[in-house]
Design a protein around this ligand. Structure first.
Ligand code: ATP
Ligand code: MG
Length: 651
């Protein structure tokens, strides 16, 4: 379809392409029964029982979903998350199996068996109690990717305390805002961490945060740098606390299914960070179920999710999902290119990783660095690959499929959010064919739709807002509210029934596969055509020599908006006029001449959040010559000045 009036319609051929899951994978997959979607449709919510049966409950629940006053999943039931992630695996004879395999920044490794994990979680839980931590108290955890981070989360869960993990890359101010907001009186942190071999101080940031908040704070500090420096009387040394409580046996506190397990602040791509609360029963069932059905994890598997535990992805798919199932989870402290650009593949090979889960931003970096790095390792242990965090364009998808999966691993492109707790949209890898560039259908038991401004479903091929139209177990506590959730809530109980607005724009194809087009704000309106940034960018990264691209709208006197493309070339490719021309042609071919970028700006890098997402909001401001006051949300703030001067030169 090259009718310029319908820029969202892509050629049917692209939509109809389907790759069946590799037969060798299907043979062993956890979920292979094609009738599973129908079953859920016919008997919802009873089918969600499946998720809950993956857990051990202290008190069985009365009803899967209670709707008397808002939504309560597994109402009447109680359970303990740490018991589910640790103790029951000991009882099942897995005590000598590795629970956590840690890969440190300086090349160190540490393995915690389930037995080791149990010992340290119990000791720390006892120590926290001695410090005064009680059920429902909020314990802030500000640590880099060290094993003490998940251990602290589990120790909190054991005694019913609510953890609030703050990503270690955040500033002391950001930490203070979050501690004050959650009225947290306990902080577990560490002295510092290494980055590319250099030691960085974390403790002074933590100290500044404690000074800035009104409440008084008990601080526990892990000695990560190994310098045994004396902390003085105001601090508790993590190692001493654990040693003093060695051998403790703390009864896991049974939590009601809808009691909080943790709170987490969103990464803030779209604005102010907000606290999201997750419940014990619904959340844990959801992440256990999706780890089983989507990531295909089994107890004998080694799973590696390369996210940071400081984000929801790490909570759900490094810590709670894999450990609930009794698998081995890999935790990597370092960066993907240090000491060499094959670091991740070396870790996959050495640990015989079965399932690898990462983000498109990482895959684009691997592509930029070249396939010689994965090619030089034996990656044959891999069985399944996953991606999350942003739309993945077809080019990156294929590269991942070929160079990492050797065309033998299915890829699950999993769509979800901090608010959803776990995956909602994805193919089931043992059931559904894959479609590069589309996340896939809603999971069984999940109902999603793409609607127009009036809430009406759009036709296949057209774009609209992605909404979820039925509750799911991992939903954030704030989405569970009853009849009138308030004007700010993304949830409505209108005549069309219950609806959660996700804030993402999307398009459904004829088979019900959902293609994510970016955030609703990330739509550019060119001369009346609404263009999703993702589609423009997919066309651009399809050009040989291009590694990454981000497209934004710039103000234009006549057209209203013109298209600016920020393009970063691959390694050893220079930014030349012919490359610029190829970028423009690629967009004209894929979408239509009207969408051709007016300006193509070459840049070595794109501004990214600390969780690795492209910050189009900032690019838009740079494009329009607006001041950027606060770049603290960025991982690479230095690129902003560079881009500002490039843009100034060309305008
Ligand atoms: P904030 O909500 O504070 O603005 P954030 O939305 O970036 O921050 P997350 O909850 O981590 O924080 O990210 C969820 C968003 O990531 C989704 O709304 C979607 O835009 C994007 N996303 C996640 N997975 C996918 C995927 N597989 N395909 C496309 N987009 C995805
Ligand atoms: Mg969000």
């Amino acid at each position: 379809m090259d009718d310029a009036r319908f820029p969202q319609l892509r050629s049917p051929a692209a939509d109809e392409e389907r790759l069946p899951p590799p037969a060798s994978f299907v043979e062993q997959a956890n979920v292979t029964d094609e009738s599973i979607r129908r079953e859920f449709e016919q008997n919802w919510p009873a089918c969600w029982k499946r998720a809950a049966t993956l857990l051990d409950w202290s008190t069985p629940y009365d009803r899967v979903l209670d709707t008397d006053d808002g939504y309560t999943w597994f109402d009447g039931g109680s359970l303990n998350a740490a018991y589910n992630c640790v103790d029951r695996h000991l009882e099942a004879g897995r005590k000598n199996q590795a629970a956590i395999k840690w890969e440190g920044k300086l090349g160190e490794t540490r393995t915690y068996t389930y037995q080791d994990l149990s010992r340290e979680v119990n000791a720390l839980a006892a120590a926290l109690r001695d410090l005064g931590v009680e059920a429902d108290d909020v314990v802030t955890v500000y640590m880099p990717m060290i094993p003490e981070l998940p251990i602290t989360m589990l120790a909190c869960a054991r005694i019913g305390a609510v953890h609030s993990v703050v990503f270690a890359g955040f500033s002391g101010d950001a930490l203070a805002t979050r501690m004050e907001n959650s009225n947290s009186e306990y902080l577990l942190t560490c002295d510092g961490y290494y980055r590319r071999g250099t030691a960085y101080d974390l403790k002074s940031k933590a100290d500044n945060a404690c000074l800035a908040v009104p409440q008084s704070v008990e601080q526990v500090v892990v000695d990560r740098l190994g310098d045994d420096r004396s902390l003085g009387d105001d601090y508790h040394d993590y190692g001493d606390l654990v040693a003093d409580h060695e051998g403790a046996d703390v009864d896991p506190v049974a939590r009601d299914a809808d009691d909080d397990l943790f709170l987490i602040y969103t990464s803030g791509t779209t604005g102010q960070p907000k606290a999201v609360r997750h419940t014990t029963g619904g959340y844990l069932s959801h992440v256990a179920w999706t780890s089983h059905a989507v990531l295909d994890l089994e107890p004998d598997d080694t799973h590696w999710c390369s996210a940071d535990v400081g984000w929801i992805t790490g909570h759900s798919y490094i810590v709670y999902g894999p450990l609930a199932l009794g698998a081995t989870t890999v935790m990597y402290e370092g960066t993907p290119d240090h000491p060499e650009r094959d670091r991740l593949w070396e870790i996959v090979e050495r640990n015989a990783v079965d399932v690898f889960y990462t983000a498109p931003t990482a895959i684009r970096a691997f592509m930029k660095w070249g396939s010689e790095h994965p090619d030089s390792h034996d990656l044959s242990s891999l069985r399944l690959l996953g991606t999350v965090g942003e739309p993945i364009d077809e080019t990156a998808w294929r590269w991942y499929y070929e160079h990492i999966g050797d065309e033998e691993c299915p890829i699950v492109d999993t769509w979800w959010q901090t608010e959803t707790g776990g995956v909602l949209l994805s193919t089931l890898p043992g059931v559904d064919p894959m479609r590069p560039g589309a996340a896939g259908p809603a999971l069984p038991g999940v109902e999603a739709d793409v609607v127009d401004a009036t809430g009406k479903s759009v036709d296949p091929g057209e774009s609209g807002s992605l909404v979820v139209t039925r509750p799911w177990p991992g939903m954030a506590a704030s989405l569970c509210e009853g009849a009138d959730p308030g004007a700010d809530s993304p949830v409505t109980h209108g005549t069309g029934g219950w609806t959660y607005r996700t804030g993402d724009s999307a398009r459904v194809d004829r088979d019900g596969y959902i293609h994510l087009l970016g955030r609703e704000g990330d739509v550019i309106n060119v001369a009346g055509h609404r263009l999703g940034t993702t589609e423009l960018e997919s066309a651009i990264v399809g050009v040989d020599g291009v590694a990454e691209a981000a497209v934004v709208g710039g103000d234009h006197d006549l057209k209203g908006t013109e298209v600016y493309a920020y393009v970063s070339p691959r390694k050893n490719v220079s930014a030349t006029e012919p490359l610029r021309e190829r970028v423009r042609e690629a967009v004209a071919d894929a979408i239509g001449p009207f969408a051709t970028p007016d300006t193509v700006v070459f840049t070595p890098d794109l501004p990214k959040t600390r969780s690795g997402k492209v910050m189009r909001r900032y690019l838009e401001r740079i494009t329009n010559g607006e001041e950027l006051s606060d770049t603290s949300a960025l991982r690479n703030p230095e690129i902003v000045g560079e881009l500002e001067s490039i843009v100034e030169d060309i305008s």
